[in-house]
Design a protein around this ligand. Structure first.
Ligand SMILES: [Mg+2]
Length: 227
């Protein structure tokens, strides 16, 4: 990819976003994925109602073992092969997700002197499909980095993706801002590099973090309207 630091495209500042629970609600992705697994189970295995069962468990607050427990509840055996196929379907489904309204407004109101990027962890296939489903490149995001492209060890807090953004945009330090939701891993690398950091805590987020957890951001917001 061409760097964005030539004279013609030099930005005064760069705003970098995390993806899940920062630009859209991760719960929408989970519900979309569980629905896709349910459709697969009906078509491929003739099992009815699994999707509804899994979504109900998630809505009830369960966050782990949703596949296994839902299968058991329906009197089915959660064999490793079956679970692996469900997981594959989940990660490779085409997600039905959209930008949070405030994220949509924020990007629509962008100015040309600001560069925009995304740095996201998670399985490469799944994250790429999310970026595509949200249409980020058509909405002003210049660069999307899935850290998984370099392997699991380069997920945050590894600084590699942050260095990559600095190089491509030709920016450093306080001209860069990282907006993200997870203090246990998101702010370590950008803080060490002198970036500004903003924690967004959407009221409908999946993961809640105790205030003493991880590395704090400079600012705390609940919606991008505050940025
Ligand atoms: Mg996140």
């Amino acid at each position: 990819m061409m760097p964005f630091s030539s004279e013609a495209t030099r930005f005064d500042r760069v705003i970098v976003f995390d993806l899940d629970d920062t630009l859209y609600l991760e719960r929408d992705y989970v519900l979309s994925g569980l629905g896709a697994v349910g459709r697969w189970a009906r078509n491929a295995l003739g099992i009815d109602g699994l999707g509804e069962m899994m979504r109900a468990r998630f809505e009830a607050g369960f966050r782990t073992h949703i596949f296994d427990e839902s299968l058991k509840e329906m009197g089915l055996t959660p064999s490793p092969t079956l679970i692996a196929r469900m997981l594959g379907t989940y990660r490779q489904h085409r997600p039905d997700i959209r930008l949070a309204p405030d994220a949509d407004h924020f990007l629509a109101a962008r100015d040309e002197r600001t560069g925009f990027a995304v740095i996201t962890d998670g399985f490469l296939d799944a994250q790429r499909r999310k970026i595509r489903a949200l249409g980020l490149y058509g909405r002003g995001i210049h660069l999307g980095i899935c850290t998984d492209r370099w392997g699991r060890e380069c997920w945050k807090p590894n600084p590699r993706a942050f260095e990559h953004v600095e190089q491509l945009f030709g920016c450093s330090g306080a001209s860069l801002t990282y907006v993200a939701d997870n203090p246990s891993k998101d702010f370590t690398a950008p803080r060490e590099r002198g970036w500004r950091t903003v924690q967004i805590a959407r009221p409908e987020r999946i993961h809640h973090f105790a205030s003493h957890e991880g590395v704090k951001a400079d600012r705390f917001i609940e919606t991008l309207e505050e940025l």
